[in-house]
Design a protein around this ligand. Structure first.
Ligand code: SF4
Ligand code: SF4
Length: 86
């Protein structure tokens, strides 16, 4: 399993989740060159250890365990994974 960042992050992108992730699997960080180019942040499904630490700090409740991702945001599972295939 893994956690997934969904639509509410778009336009918020405050990186609160990045600061609490123990394995640095949420990107891009503010210090990465492409930060300004992305509409949202993405979780690496391979590196995520399912700790859930990012969920309560998100101000817009954009992060879900993949199994609990609302139906309307199912497309965000591949969207998060695809970011790491580049
Ligand atoms: S669930 Fe834990 S490991 Fe996965 S992205 Fe969130 S903080 Fe990082
Ligand atoms: S805390 Fe939520 S809104 Fe902020 S960057 Fe992470 S997923 Fe996006």
């Amino acid at each position: 399993m893994a956690y997934v960042i969904a639509e509410p992050c778009i336009g918020t992108k405050d990186t609160a989740c990045v600061d609490v992730c123990p394995v640095d699997c949420i990107h891009p960080r503010k210090d990465e060159g492409n930060f300004a180019d992305v509409t949202q942040l993405y979780i690496d499904p391979v590196e995520c250890i399912d700790c859930g630490a990012c969920v309560p700090v998100c101000p817009v409740s954009a992060i879900f365990p993949v199994d609990d991702l609302p139906e309307k945001w199912q497309s965000f599972t591949p969207v998060n994974a695809d970011y790491y295939k580049k």
